[in-house]
Every structure is written in structure tokens, then in C-alpha cells.
Design a protein. Structure first.
Length: 95
């Protein structure tokens, strides 16, 4: 995983502030230790986060881990069988 322990902890903390029950997955190129570069791809599974929460969450994560490309995908639990969410859970790492 190409996130530092501090970055992973910051991401979990910021998401946990808004929804302690949320599940967070890192997926994409940052999962591959041999890869280089790439954005941070996160899937957040939450039944409570609204649009404003997601905007706030994006800013708070980037403030803590540094401003970089961040793909933040939020799905409700009844949407996790959607192809992107299913792939992120299968190939990703739960933070």
C-alpha cells in the first residue's frame, strides 16, 4: 500500500468523524507497492453521508494528507454491488 500510516490514519479519522460506521477502501494504483504515481482512490460505504458531508470530507482529507488527486467515491450499503464499488472491495485494502 502506497499510503503512509499517518495518511491512512488521517483518512480514517476524518471519515470516522462524520460516520463512525463507515467502511473505507483504498483501491487502484496506490494498492500496488510496485507502481509509481497515481491518485488516491477511496471508496466510502456509508448510509449517512450527504452531499455537503462529502464535500467537507474531501477538503478535510486533503488538508491533512496534502493536496493531490483524490477520487472519493461514496456509496450506500445497498449500492455496493454496483461494478465500481464491487471492484474496489474485491481488489482494494480496507483502511
Amino acid at each position: 500500500m502506497r499510503l503512509s500510516a499517518i495518511e491512512a490514519s488521517a483518512i480514517r479519522e476524518e471519515i470516522g468523524r462524520l460516520d463512525p460506521q463507515a467502511e473505507v477502501y483504498l483501491y487502484g494504483s496506490r494498492v500496488d507497492d510496485a507502481a509509481r504515481g497515481g491518485d488516491v482512490d477511496l471508496l466510502v460505504v456509508s448510509d449517512t453521508l450527504g452531499f455537503r458531508d462529502i464535500l467537507c470530507l474531501r477538503r478535510r482529507i486533503l488538508d491533512r494528507v496534502g493536496w493531490q488527486q483524490l477520487d472519493l467515491v461514496v456509496r450506500r450499503r445497498d449500492q455496493v454491488d454496483e461494478p465500481l464499488a464491487a471492484m474496489a472491495q474485491e481488489t482494494g485494502i480496507r483502511l
